[in-house]
Design a protein around this ligand. Sequence first.
Ligand code: FES
Length: 126
Amino acid sequence: MQMTEYSKKVMDHFKNPRNVGEIKDADGVGEVGNPVCGDLMKISIKVKDNKIKDIKFKTFGCVSAIATTSMLTELAKGKTLKEAEKITRNDVAEALGGLPSVKMHCSNLAADALKAAIKDYKDKNK
Ligand code: FES
C-alpha cells in the first residue's frame, strides 16, 4: 500500500471540512479560479465591527483546495479584516502540518478568494 502524501490534519479537514456552504445575505463574496488547474473557489463573509463574523466556502477543487480553505476559514473567523487580509497560503499550509509541494498552488485559492471577498465588502461599503 502506498503512503498518502497528505498530513493527518489535511485529511481531517478534507473529510470533515469546516464552514462549507454559502452565506445567503453575505456582506462580501469572492470568487476565484486557479490558473494552474482551472479549479474554482467561492468564499462568502459576514462582517461586523470590522471583523469576520462568519465565513463559508464552496469549491470545485481538489483535496488540498478543500483542506486549505477549511483551515483558512477557521483561521479567519473572528479576525479583523486587516488581520484576515494578511493570512498567506504559507500560514494555512503550516497550520495543516505542511502540504506536498506540488499541491501548494491549490492553497492560493483559499487566500485569494478571501482577499476577493474582503475587497468586495470594502467596495460595497465605501
Ligand atoms: Fe486544482 Fe488543487 S488541483 S486546486
